[in-house]
Design a protein around this ligand. Structure first.
Ligand code: SF4
Ligand code: SF4
Length: 473
């Protein structure tokens, strides 16, 4: 029985509701009157529910799909302007007791190098990341109560925040670790994390159980209900995601939106972010073995639909995707990307030589340096942002969502992007990137609508040039 406010996974992600939604979408995918009605609702910028969005996903009428893309671009501009926030993943440990068949870290993989960073190694990794210019990290670790207990994760977070190398600092640590208890979520909250991210992988229970044959992650309900426990533990910014390619994308998409609706209905706060990874090649993993993989066109349509369905939710795309794909989906609603990522444990301070036994989680398609990514974004007309202001100002959960929904957050995001970009240009950029960036900042400062904010932003940018750091609105 479908119940959006239920705390039981099988009720808020009801299989029957998804099946009915897909049947409804199939029956209406050519119903132009309904499609126009849904597009008109989407145009209001208040989002769509899973049924409405699923009809648009099923629709293949070129003009309607084109309308959807244009709308996604407009909503992206309205909510996020031309800013793209940058982050990097940091792999702490690839010890894992789970059996996820699509991930090389699964327990039975005996030929992958197993590594767990010591606090000293973390210092080296974080120093290397700071020297690139990163300010925002997403830490990743396999599930292993012996090797990676919560105490280890907490210690790592403390170490990361404590490192101040030259002008560098990591100002926001997002955490991507296995589903855990309310008590552990509370500890993570107290450690000052940003967003807690947990990918559902697939919302299809039967497939989920087959793809996760062993280990604690096998428990579909425990995994699916993790965000409710996280919120109970006080974490109010949570990040959802599915691994596209594991099951049928239309099923996953409906499930993803139902999950977002559930969080909003129960906790009054929807997901802070949604990630859109696709299955990738890795040690012993062939993406071709998953016959639900989606092509780039479908991927772009999903991104556009997430944008119009949950306008206030950030969308994240990683270096799993190539430069070409990233260019295609950036205007459709992506608000955060990773840059210069290493998906091996210890890969920043000590890059692995490809022929060696690897500890990588997946092949990185976009291999460019952070400077190249920043430069590329600016040439495409975006403002690369290293902003981490919100959670440091206590703008999280419903407070953040309120500001986001009535678009007041833009008064912060834009100048913060310019100030953090200025820091990057001063401390880390190549000559060419600096030149492009300084001109961009000059142009953008002029467009700040609020005179008080504009004046302050000018002052702060000037002070950054004089060596001061860490201003924020
Ligand atoms: S996906 Fe996560 S839980 Fe599964 S094997 Fe990989 S690291 Fe472990
Ligand atoms: S001001 Fe807040 S929402 Fe805007 S970019 Fe910074 S952290 Fe993100």
């Amino acid at each position: 029985m479908y119940q959006v406010t239920s705390l039981k996974a099988e009720e808020f992600i009801s299989h029957e509701e998804i099946q009915e939604t897909l049947a409804y979408a199939d029956a209406n995918k050519d119903n132009e009157a309904l499609l126009d009605e849904i597009l008109a609702k989407a145009r209001l910028g208040k989002g769509l529910n899973h049924r409405e969005a699923s009809v648009l996903l099923a629709c293949e009428i070129p003009e309607k799909v084109e309308e959807l893309y244009q709308l996604a671009e407009r909503i992206k501009k309205d909510y996020y302007g031309n800013r793209i926030v940058l982050f990097a993943p940091l792999y702490l440990s690839n010890y894992c007791v789970n059996g996820c068949v699509y991930c090389p870290y699964h327990l039975k993989n005996k030929h992958i190098a197993r590594k767990k960073l010591t606090q000293e190694e973390i210092r080296k990794e974080v120093t290397a990341l700071q020297d690139m210019g990163h300010k925002r990290l997403a830490i990743e670790a396999g599930e292993d109560p012996v090797n990676n207990p919560i105490e280890y994760i907490l210690e790592c977070i403390q170490t990361i925040y404590s490192i101040k190398h030259k002008n560098g600092s990591i100002r926001r640590v997002n955490v991507n670790i296995a589903a855990t208890t309310v008590e552990n979520y509370r500890k993570l909250k107290e450690a000052g994390i940003g967003t807690y991210i947990l990918f559902q992988e697939t919302y299809h229970k039967e497939s989920y159980e087959t793809l996760h044959p062993t280990g604690p992650k096998h428990d579909y309900a425990y995994h699916t209900e993790a965000m409710d426990r996280a919120m109970e533990g006080g974490i109010d910014d949570v990040g959802l995601g599915v691994l596209f390619g594991l099951d049928k994308y239309r099923y996953e998409f409906a499930g993803l939106l139902m999950h977002a609706e559930h969080l909003e209905a129960v906790h009054g706060v929807g997901p802070h972010t949604i990630s859109v990874p696709r299955v990738k090649r890795a040690d012993g993993i062939d993406p071709g073995a998953f016959d639900n993989s989606i092509d780039d066109e479908t991927f772009a349509k999903i991104c556009a639909l997430i944008r119009v369905s949950v306008p206030y939710t950030g969308m994240i795309i990683s270096t799993r995707e190539s430069q070409e794909v990233r260019e295609k989906v950036l205007p459709l609603g992506v608000s955060q990307i990773s840059g210069a990522s290493k998906t091996s444990v210890g890969g920043y301070a000590d890059p692995e030589i490809k022929e060696e036994i690897t500890s990588e989680q997946f092949d990185v398609s976009d291999q460019r340096t952070l400077d190249e990514v920043v430069n590329w974004l600016m040439k495409l007309g975006y403002i690369p942002s290293f902003c981490t202001a919100c959670y440091r100002e206590g703008r999280t959960g419903d407070r953040f969502m309120e500001l986001c929904k009535n678009m007041q957050i833009l008064n912060c995001c834009h100048p913060n992007a310019l100030m953090t970009l200025k820091e990057y240009l001063e401390d880390y950029a190549s000559d060419e990137t600096r030149e492009i960036g300084m001109a961009l900042i000059d142009r953008e400062l002029e467009t700040i609508p609020n005179p008080k904010v504009k004046k302050k932003a000018y002052e702060y940018i000037h002070d950054i040039g004089e060596g001061k750091r860490d201003f924020r609105f």
